[in-house]
Design a protein around this ligand. Sequence first.
Ligand code: FAD
Length: 160
Amino acid sequence: MVRGRAAWPRRWQRSREGFDVQLHERHPEVRAAENILNLWPPPQKVLKLIGVDTDDLGAPCHVTFRNAQGKRRVDVCLTPEVEREYGGGFIGLLRWSPYERMLAALRPGVMRLDHDLIGLEDRDDDVLLRFDGREPIVADAVVGADGINSTVRRIFRRRP
Ligand SMILES: Cc1cc2nc3c(=O)[nH]c(=O)nc-3n(C[C@H](O)[C@H](O)[C@H](O)COP(=O)(O)OP(=O)(O)OC[C@H]3O[C@@H](n4cnc5c(N)ncnc54)[C@H](O)[C@@H]3O)c2cc1C
């Protein structure tokens, strides 16, 4: 499987249910841009459900959107239950913190770095994955979670 941060939860959950799940990432290391990340309650909830430590993950705040003159355009009002459960709802944090916690929740051997997917062949009973400079891998199923310029999508679009 090709890794994508938004798809980590699905694959994580499966790996916890006894499937032999592998995440293939083209980069040789997991790195995070040193900028801020904002998370609403849905991703916070998913992280918690898949076993990621979400205690004190970020600084909760109430969110409003304003125009350049400071006039309030939107006031995001979450329910009192959500605000209670998520300490205000919306949190801000630096990116490396959740990455570190997500990596800690992964079983050893699941993440395979430096695997750049270049080919994919649906052989009915299984799928053959080709990686740049590496041995091919056979999988029962592939989840293409490889971002906005998805290689998986490009390969399948080329099919007759
Ligand atoms: C500047 C910026 C700020 C953002 N801020 C926020 C925010 O604060 N909060 C928020 O919720 N969202 C934010 N987003 C959106 C969020 O980052 C994306 O919605 C999310 O990362 C998409 O996840 P994804 O798994 O689809 O793709 P990606 O996160 O792009 O993951 C795709 C992965 O697949 C790998 N890959 C690609 N091709 C191959 C290949 N051929 N072989 C192997 N691996 C491959 C890539 O290296 C990458 O690691 C932001 C986005 C940007 C650009």
